[in-house]
Design a protein around this ligand. Structure first.
Ligand code: MOS
Length: 732
């Protein structure tokens, strides 16, 4: 077949679902109007560890409208079949709601009150009296014992360090962060006999379907998960949390559809978080700054019942040329709920340590930070010997330095002032390992010349509806208006988690495949149809544009899909498409890259840090949707500014309570914190990566932001802050 003209892909289009969102017509999980729905409010454990010795539900049950109170003492035993493959559950034994008397963390669900109104359920929940045998929880990494580490080594890092001309030993600490999406997590569950339907906020309808099927021991086909709109996720929707099971259990017990909406506070222990880290780096270089050896020791918190693992180690293995590397990644089990991936998972934290350390080394050796990075640029992936698919970091540095005005930076710290403000410039490199996983999609082209494409997928905000419609429209030769993309339903073809920057590559490639097949069917039909003006034309000479098939280079010779299908008495054409995932074994090392530049001002007397401007330059392959890519990039930078300067989940170690579990105490950037942000994407595509040549934008854009800010703060003040968030107190 002839390559299709690209009219939609690459065009700066607005969201196809934008109107639905701004007019309130887009339905989020809690907004579905399910007949006869009742409300459930979860009662959270008020101790950090121990046992429940009694639950007194009498006052709660006396509240008018309360239907049931369920807790471990009266809940049915649930099968909780093994689900280690079909979900994002980490290794361990998942939290089983209301199955025993143990309390594993502060806030764990210990009871649920179901009532005909939300108010009655809330009032009832406030009256449930739970008695505990409480123990002091272990929630402080500094006092807890770590598991056996995951290790990596090449060469002899200790010997390399001993022999190095320059040595540094640096420890960085990163606070726990919470996702805090605008839309709270919510679930409506309804049983029809043995069939379960849930409307849920999730980034993976298939994962939630699998989890519910295993918890209740149902066939997969008996569980349907619907999630057409997700109001932000950043990773918090990547697994099925206990409240989803609570909703399903409550619905089964009351024989009514049940709605659970987590309160803002409950998001902090009812869903996951980015774990806190302690990251020690010992590095050795020669006098010219070439790394000889790096030892990475990473400690991260996990829960007592599951071992959360993320890609914290990869950057240290592949980013800079280093003959001797040794790594130990230790998880520290605490009496907390289980963490989960949060935007730029692993890499956003690894890069804070590594990219801060590179800046420290550059300062010590009086080498420009970009020059130091160039001296350590590896020719191949030294962790596995694979060639890069594309790695255009040098261009990121060059373009970024030029566009940002890097030459204006005075390398001497505390040398630039603007009134009360100390001004500093900083930069950091960014890397992310974007996922690619098998995915499926199906398309139906109707006789009226419109098409519907379906894939389970999700759209938590990056714009899946729009970008997939762009891919489909071009592959089918239709306009954006005549293609509808549907997602967010487990009945649609299976897709991987909507996360890890893999949706465009994976779902997009499946969509492309399905649409190419249908266009191919139509072309075949035309060239074999004696009544078609295209009869006898070679298939590779035909393109489709605005719903009309024609000879390439001769638009007068052709006909529309409508005419072709009508004449052949066809109501539609349809096809299933798939993407098989990356080659196994991989033939290339495949990462997205970026360089982040920032200028900060630090109030010389108050220690207040203000980001003044920021530029990110990205090597992320083809940009399908420039406008949406920009909203990803700018949003990622905002997330990075939060991580750098504000976000910090604080736990009271006496009882394991999160003390700032709300948006008043957990600070996120507001408009006044956000200056001029700009993103540039290197033109081109990565055709080793996937059929679309994309590398994923959504995660990398948070990586490097915190380190660029920390490096700029050092340039401004001469103070090296190795702990996130960087607070005014730390700078006083
Ligand atoms: Mo992203 S942390 O995989 O939602």
């Amino acid at each position: 077949m002839s390559p299709q003209p690209q009219a939609a892909v690459g065009a700066p289009l607005s969201r196809v679902e934008g109107r639905l969102k701004v007019t309130g017509e887009a339905q989020y999980a809690a907004e579905f109007d399910v007949d006869g729905v009742v409300h459930a409010v979860i009662v959270d454990a008020s101790i950090g560890r121990g046992r429940i010795t009694g639950v007194d539900t009498r006052d709660a049950e006396a509240v008018p409208g309360v239907l049931r109170v369920i807790h471990h003492g009266n809940a049915p035993r649930l099968p909780y079949r093994d689900n280690s493959n079909g979900s994002n559950n980490p290794a361990g034994r998942r939290l089983r709601v209301f199955q025993d008397d143990r309390v594993l963390f502060h806030g764990q669900p210990v009871a649920v009150v179901i009532a005909t109104t939300l108010e009655a359920a809330q009032h009832g929940a406030s009256l449930v009296k739970v008695r505990y045998d409480a123990q002091r929880p272990s929630t402080d990494m500094a006092d807890a014992e770590a598991d056996e580490p995951t290790r990596y080594a090449r060469g002899d890092a200790e010997a390399g360090l001993r022999d190095a001309a320059v040595r540094m030993d640096l420890t960085y600490r990163m606070a726990r962060n919470h996702h805090n999406p605008m839309e709270p997590h919510a679930t409506i569950a309804r049983w029809d006999g043995n069939r379960l339907t849930v409307w849920d906020k999730t980034q993976w309808v298939v994962g939630t379907q699998t989890e519910l099927a295993t918890v209740f021991d149902l066939p997969m086909e008996s569980v349907r998960v619907i999630s057409p709109f997700v109001g932000g996720g950043f990773g918090s929707g990547l697994r099925c949390w206990p409240h989803v099971v609570v909703a399903a259990l409550a619905a089964r017990e009351t024989k009514r559809p049940v709605k659970v909406v987590l309160s803002r506070k409950q998001q902090y222990f009812g869903t996951g978080f980015r774990p806190s880290y302690e990251y020690r780096l010992r590095l050795g270089s020669d006098r010219r700054g070439r790394l000889r050896a790096v030892v990475h020791e990473m400690d991260a918190e996990t829960s007592s019942y599951e071992t959360f693992d993320e890609a914290i180690m990869l950057a240290g293995q592949m980013f800079y040329s280093t003959p001797n590397v040794s790594q130990a990644y230790r998880k520290v089990p605490l009496d907390v709920n289980t963490p989960i991936w949060m935007r730029g998972p692993g890499f956003a934290n690894a890069s804070f340590a590594i990219e801060s350390a590179m800046d420290e080394l550059a300062h010590r050796l009086r080498i420009d930070p970009i020059e130091l990075r160039l001296r350590n640029e590896p020719a191949e992936d030294e962790s596995n010997g694979l060639p890069w698919s594309t790695r255009r970091l040098r261009e990121c540095y060059t373009v970024g330095a030029r566009e940002f005005g890097w030459h204006r930076r005075n390398p001497k710290p505390r040398s630039t002032r603007d009134g009360d403000w100390l001004i500093g410039l900083g930069m950091a490199a960014a890397v992310y390992d974007p996922g690619r996983m098998p995915a499926q999609a199906r398309v139906r082209l109707d006789a009226d010349g419109t098409a519907v494409v379906e894939a389970a997928s999700s759209d938590m905000g990056p714009g899946t509806y729009t970008s997939q419609t762009q891919v489909a429209a071009d592959a089918l030769g239709l306009t954006m208006r005549t293609v509808t993309f549907r997602l967010g339903d487990s009945r649609y073809p299976r897709t991987p988690p909507h996360g890890g920057s893999m949706t465009m590559a994976s779902v997009g490639s499946a969509t492309l495949d399905a649409c190419n097949k249908v266009r191919g069917q139509a072309i075949e039909l035309a060239v074999e149809d004696e009544e078609s003006p295209l009869y006898g034309v070679r298939v590779e000479d035909i393109v489709v544009r605005s719903g009309r098939l024609h000879v390439q280079g001769d638009p007068t010779r052709g006909e529309t899909y409508q005419r072709l299908l009508a004449r052949n008495n066809l109501t539609h054409l349809q096809a299933n498409g798939s993407y098989a995932g990356p080659p196994d074994p991989e033939r290339h090392s495949y990462y997205s890259y970026g360089a982040v530049f920032t200028e900060v001002g630090v109030d010389a007397t108050l220690g207040l840090v203000r980001v003044r401007r920021m530029l990110g330059v990205y090597d992320v392959g083809r940009i399908v949707s420039p406008k949406l890519a920009d909203s990803q990039a700018l949003g990622g930078m905002v997330g990075g500014i939060g991580q750098a300067l504000l976000e910090h989940t604080v736990t009271d170690h006496r009882d394991g309570r999160i003390v700032n579990a709300d948006l008043a105490g957990y600070l996120v950037p507001v408009n006044a914190d956000i200056p001029d942000l700009k993103a540039i994407y290197l033109e081109g595509e990565d055709m080793q990566a996937d059929p679309l040549g994309v590398k994923g934008v959504g995660e990398i854009v948070q990586v490097g932001v915190a380190s660029a800010i920390a490096n700029a703060v050092f340039n401004a003040t001469g103070r090296r802050i190795r702990e996130l968030p960087i607070t005014a107190e730390a700078l006083l």
